[in-house]
Design a protein. Structure first.
Length: 544
């Protein structure tokens, strides 16, 4: 439910209008809106433009039930290293107040005066106040502004507009349930009774309230534990297991969200907080026995289900679910997903992951990794789960791209026009789990590469060019799969102590005349994957 303005605010006829983009509104709801007061973060917009298009949730702020104190050191670094170079200017701070208190406090006014004094060319500092779902049973945003006057700073009421998104909604309506209204409509206060109308993936963390009477009065989403999300507590037992800052600043682009579902969830348990999920499929009943899916999800997009579970593990995670085939996305759209901020969260490293049984999609993942100079990680389950395969690339470490590694498969599928007829039929769920585990370790090596972490920081360098990993999950693998690699590797070994579930790490070289092959059509076979940076006019066109 959204209320139109009841009156105009300002002084001397001046109308103060705060223009907020829909992505920012969704991000504010997903963070400030679903947490008990107080929390907050800065908002910004492009130089010379009016709309607020950026928001960063201040996770490391100091908070109590009645105060929000920003992490100035971190935010100054954010502005200096990320916002300012991209032409993004600070426009204000959004933060929540307890209960139904919807006016800036005296402390807020003092804080605003300090900011305006420090930024002389900033005429208006927006100070919208949020009343949250856990505190009030609904989301409310009341627009306020701090304005320079001859006597210092004055706090004034303003109105709010949701900025137009013509490209996304041709009809010009804000899509908030039954309360549809046109973009750019002035609002005195924004009240949303059911925030799932704006952010459909939100679900209650737990049905807990302070007493049963209150629980009956507030919407289901509001019945969450009355505790603040404490990231330090969530990851208290794994502080030394990973470099958590590296984990949270690394972005996973997952092409395929079926068998990889448990890996994606486990990556969030390891501290990962940035996910782009691309898959056109919905959950079917047959998926229940082969993937980490649940009966309640049947008929729902797989990407939405995984995004929801990731946020249930860590509500601070940023998830972008895209229910489309990979080839529905242009290279430019992929570039934005790889490198642009997600709700104010920048990525210091992006890994593109081929996690689908579509050969065409897997092949494009390789070209995208080369086109944008980023690491890739791909995984496959062999027929009936009798074996597993992982390939990966890293521009600083591996001379061979995925096509070099799998050239025989490319010839089989592309030159002979064959299709992939291998499905998950007959595959034990434990084979999928085993594949996800080894993908997790490779991802840790890639993310921590070059860091000072004692376990993971130098692992990728030790792996080196051994970027084809195979696991046999069947004692009769050589006979059932017709592959003799394990026989060769373990020739002369004590066979009494070998049976199955062994892993081999196979060195790979680029395909070129020096290695006895024609130059790889994808990477060129130079041994430096960065030589292929930007070489493709369109990665959707398959080069032969």
């Amino acid at each position: 439910m959204i209320y139109p303005p009841t009156q105009q605010h300002g002084t001397d006829g001046e109308q103060l209008t705060m223009r907020l983009s829909m992505p920012v509104l969704r991000s504010v709801i997903e963070t400030i809106g679903i947490l008990p007061a107080e929390s907050g973060g800065p908002c910004g917009g492009n130089e010379g433009e009016e709309d607020i298009t950026q928001f960063h949730f201040d996770e490391s702020s100091r908070n109590s039930a009645v105060t929000y104190s920003p992490d100035y050191e971190f935010l100054n670094k954010l502005f200096k290293e990320q916002w300012n170079p991209r032409g993004i200017r600070l426009r204000g701070f959004l933060h929540s107040h307890p209960g139904s208190m919807s006016r800036p406090s005296v402390g807020d006014e003092v804080y605003a005066e300090r900011i305006l004094r420090a930024i002389p060319d900033l005429e208006v500092l927006w100070l919208p106040i949020i009343n949250t779902v856990p505190d009030t049973g609904r989301f409310q945003l009341t627009p306020w502004a701090a304005v320079r006057t001859g006597n210092g700073v004055e706090i004034r009421r303003a109105c709010l507009q949701i900025a137009s998104e013509e490209d996304k909604h041709a009809e010009g309506f804000v899509p908030i349930g039954a309360s549809r209204f046109r973009f750019d409509t002035p609002l005195d206060v924004l009240v949303i009774e059911d925030v799932t109308e704006v952010v459909p993936g939100l679900r209650p963390v737990a049905a807990v309230a302070e007493n049963s009477t209150d629980a009956q009065k507030v919407p289901e989403l509001a019945r969450v534990p009355k505790i603040r999300i404490d990231r330090g507590q969530t990851f208290a037992r794994v502080q030394s297991a990973y470099d958590l800052e590296h984990m949270r600043s690394a972005r996973i682009i997952a092409i395929g969200a079926g068998g990889s579902a448990s890996w994606l969830e486990e990556h969030s348990r390891a501290g990962g907080e940035q996910f782009v999920l691309i898959d056109p499929d919905v959950v079917s009943e047959t998926n229940l026995a082969t993937q980490q899916t649940y009966r309640r999800d049947i008929g729902r997009p797989k990407v939405d289900c995984i995004a929801e579970r990731i946020r249930d593990i860590n509500p601070l995670a940023r998830t972008v679910p895209i229910q489309k085939p990979l080839d529905d996305l242009t290279d430019e759209e992929i570039r934005h997903l790889l490198f642009d901020s997600i709700d104010g969260r920048e990525a210091t490293l992006t890994i593109i992951c081929g996690l689908t049984d579509s050969f065409v999609a897997q092949a494009r993942v390789n070209r995208l990794a080369l086109q944008f100079g980023i690491p890739s990680l791909c995984g496959q389950v062999y027929r009936e789960g009798r074996g597993l395969e992982v390939t990966f690339t890293h521009p600083e470490v591996t001379p061979a791209c995925n096509r070099c590694i799998l050239s025989s498969r490319y010839r089989y599928y592309l030159e002979q026009g064959q299709e992939n007829d291998v499905t998950s039929d007959g595959t034990p769920i434990f084979a999928t789990s085993r594949l996800n585990a080894i993908k997790g370790f490779i991802a840790l090596a890639i993310i921590h590469h070059g860091s000072e972490h004692p376990r993971w920081g130098h692992l990728l360098k030790r792996i080196g060019n051994r970027n084809l990993i195979q696991v046999r999950m069947d004692p009769d693998f050589s006979r059932t799969m017709g592959m003799t690699v394990f026989d060769r590797v373990f020739q002369g070994a004590d066979q009494e102590r070998l049976l199955f579930d062994e892993t081999v790490w196979l060195p790979q070289a680029q395909e070129c005349p020096d290695t006895g092959y024609p130059p790889c059509p994808d990477c060129g076979g130079t041994g430096n994957l960065l030589d292929a940076l930007g070489k493709f006019d369109d990665t959707r066109k398959e080069p032969f």
